[in-house]
Write a protein that binds this ligand. Structure first.
Ligand code: GLN
Length: 307
């Protein structure tokens, strides 16, 4: 199907379809996420001509969780270049996002930057190379999204810290192999803080448009990353962004994508735009059931697979 001039009726139909999906469980490892209304649902499409079309709760902010791994990764790539790939691999893990088993086998080198171990490693790079890694990341996200009001949710941040045993285990295991340079507490604090950033589907659609536009922000014309790095980030999102469901997502949808346990998800459509969706209930892989269904429907209806 050719993309219609006005996307709104199509998005409305897709959102209504997604609301019929009632399975899935809202993340409950911290109270601040468990309390979020499971009925929230939003879908936004930002196209490279600057148009943003949304339906549902598209201006409500939510905890972006692992979607923040994209922002951390691009900063680390920019800061230390190819040195990064000595410390984290670029291979799919085929394991749950918080798995620890491969990390022991592979001597503290995470399989990729999209699983928790990889994102904690990236946080170490940021903490080691920026005097204030959190404000550097926040300034970048605000500027990309053109929204100075973006904040981290301190309640989510604090409860991530007090329920962070598994992430701490990942960090200390990497430290024992000599792959974490900074103080582990500081590294984890950065990681939990970036997970607690709150953005809307519209913020994220706007903020990640450069990945669909060869590294250039379509709004300002500013070069955010090189074309090569945009391609590389998209490649990692394609192979690892949906964790151990990345293969199925590539097969059924065929777009670079990233999910978070707050129920958010983004998919990059090179040379077209960004699809951004949110609804809290998660499937057994920790990916958001309705958000995935909405992105799959939109991409399939318009034939957007990159393959
Ligand atoms: N804060 C979550 C964790 O570290 C992020 C994971 C996710 O969104 N998949 O477990």
């Amino acid at each position: 199907m050719q993309a219609p001039e006005d996307l709104k009726p199509l998005l409305e139909e897709i959102l209504q379809d997604a609301l019929t999906i009632t399975d899935g469980k809202v993340a409950d490892y911290i109270p601040a996420l468990a309390e979020v209304d499971r009925e929230h649902c939003a879908l936004t499409v930002a196209t490279l001509d600057g148009k943003i079309t949304s339906v549902g709760d598209s201006t409500t902010v939510y905890s972006i969780q692992s979607i923040s791994k994209i922002f951390g990764l691009m900063m680390a790539m920019e800061r230390i270049g190819d040195e990064l790939w000595q410390r984290v691999q670029m291979e799919p893990s085929g394991q749950p996002f918080n798995s620890i088993v491969q990390l022991e086998w592979e001597k503290g080198i995470p399989r990729n930057p999209m699983i928790n171990a990889g994102a904690i490693l990236v946080s170490d790079v940021l903490v080691s190379h920026y005097s204030t890694s959190k404000s550097a990341l926040l300034n970048m996200v605000r500027s990309l999204c053109n929204n100075e009001g973006i904040l981290a949710d301190s309640r989510v941040h604090e409860s991530e810290k007090s329920h962070g045993s598994r992430n701490s285990a990942l960090a200390y295991l990497m430290k024992s192999f000599g792959n974490i340079n900074s103080d582990v507490t500081e590294v984890l604090d950065h990681y939990f803080w970036q997970c607690s950033l709150t953005l809307s589907t519209e913020d994220l659609a706007r903020g990640l448009a450069f990945l669909a536009n060869r590294g250039v922000c379509p709004r300002s014309g500013e070069k955010i990353t090189s074309h090569r790095d945009a391609q590389r980030i998209n490649a990692l999102l394609s192979t690892s962004g949906m964790y151990d469901q990345s293969g199925e997502f590539a097969f059924t949808v065929g777009l670079p994508a990233k999910s978070g346990v707050g129920g958010g998800m983004v998919a990059i459509v090179p040379d077209y735009g960004v699809i951004s969706a949110w609804s809290p209930p998660l499937n057994s892989y920790g990916n958001p059931a309705r958000a995935m269904a909405m992105i799959r429907n939109f991409a399939n209806r318009l034939g957007l697979s990159v393959y």
